[in-house]
Design a protein around this ligand. Structure first.
Ligand SMILES: [Zn+2]
Ligand SMILES: [Zn+2]
Length: 187
């Protein structure tokens, strides 16, 4: 597995550190209604530091992901270079004694001298994904009436608002003769 680090004796002495790199094999990431497909395995490199009470993994992960634009639905490739940050505690370490003020979901346990970076790497990528993926911030999207891609062609739908007008219930009342109905009530 390319996200697994085995702690060697050198790393077990205080303030020692070592650099690691590898790939994260992942097919897709999901965020809200969007599916991101990795074009190639994500590349990561981190420095693992022994802080005395914990191990700190710090570095970056980069990936190219294919996703559909939220406005025009065309697929495009998004490049991400995200910060990686994660704490790892020995199996029997007491969180309170580390002095790091970490909640249960802010660190992972070291199992049999092994650190698995996969979830921290995946979280780093997800954290960097946009709320709304756009192939271009100025993407014009699709015409809500005829469905054409407004980035590629112009349509005349917006020049003809009559169609929407007829769906307005008040448009019907416009031609209604109210005086006539009042007269019939009085009779
Ligand atoms: Zn677009
Ligand atoms: Zn149109």
């Amino acid at each position: 597995m390319s996200t697994l680090i085995t702690l060697n004796d050198a790393l077990k002495s205080l303030a020692s550190y070592e650099e690691f790199e590898g790939v994260l094999n992942l097919d897709t990431l999901h965020l809200g209604p969007d599916t991101y497909t990795l074009v190639a395995p994500a590349q990561w490199h981190i420095t693992l530091t022994n802080t005395g009470s914990a191990y700190l993994a710090q570095g970056r992960i980069s990936a190219d992901l294919s996703v559909d634009c939220a406005r025009c639905t065309e697929a495009f490739t998004l490049s991400i270079d995200a910060e990686v940050f994660g704490y790892y505690l020995e199996e029997d370490a007491d969180v309170e004694e580390t002095g790091l003020d970490l909640d249960e979901d802010e660190f992972e346990r070291i199992v049999e001298d092994k650190i698995d970076l996969s979830s921290v790497l995946k979280a780093a990528l997800i954290y960097d994904l946009p709320m709304v993926p756009l192939h271009d911030e100025d993407c014009l999207g699709l015409c809500p009436t005829c469905g054409c891609n407004l980035n590629e062609q112009e349509c005349s739908c917006q020049d003809e608002p009559q169609e929407d007008f007829s769906k307005n219930p008040f448009a019907v009342l416009k031609d209604f003769d109210f005086s006539g109905s009042e007269n019939s009530d009085n009779q």
